[in-house]
Design a protein around this ligand. Structure first.
Ligand SMILES: [Zn+2]
Length: 162
């Protein structure tokens, strides 16, 4: 499917932030840099710079940690501030490998406490619980580029309203 037909979905996009936090928690700081993200409806893909294929245990833990954070239904905060102030306060971890143009002087910083922090101007859920559940469908490690691609779907969680 052509990427220009991709449909934005706020649940799937918010899930990218949650998944990224789980990836860094399990794989460590070597997996800190996001190379690209993709959302098309309930399907998403996170690509991070990484040096090896994760073990099956690590893959399992990443999915578990992401779903634990969703189940906790923690707040997704957005603070808007001047770019130099954002850099001073949070450091370069707010950035991804794809640059924000230098003409952009004000940033929205998306924060899931003790989990993920990222400059991002897209809309988000106000808390993680609304994501439902995240199911990882495919792992792909591209050794030549040192890129780890994680494809997932968001599905409805247990419906409390029956
Ligand atoms: Zn975002």
């Amino acid at each position: 499917m052509a990427s220009d037909s991709a449909k934005f979905d706020v649940r799937t996009h918010t899930a990218l932030h949650v998944l990224k936090g789980a990836v860094v928690k399990v794989l460590g700081k070597d997996a800190l840099w996001t190379a690209s993200t993709y959302v098309d409806g309930s399907h998403g893909r996170l690509t991070v710079k990484f040096i090896r294929k994760p073990s099956p245990e690590e893959m399992e833990r990443i999915e578990e940690e992401a779903n634990r954070k969703i189940a906790e239904d923690v707040q997704v905060r957005v603070v808007e501030l001047n770019r130099d102030e954002a850099e001073r306060r949070y450091g370069n971890i707010i950035y991804d490998l794809y640059p924000i143009p230098s003409s952009v002087k004000r940033l929205k910083i998306v924060i899931i406490d003790n989990w993920n922090i990222n400059a991002c101007n897209k809309p988000h859920l106000t808390s993680t619980g609304g994501i439902g559940r995240l199911v990882i469908r495919k792992w792909r490690f591209r050794k030549s580029k040192e890129l780890l691609e994680i494809s997932f779907d968001v599905v409805r969680g247990i419906d409390k309203h029956g």
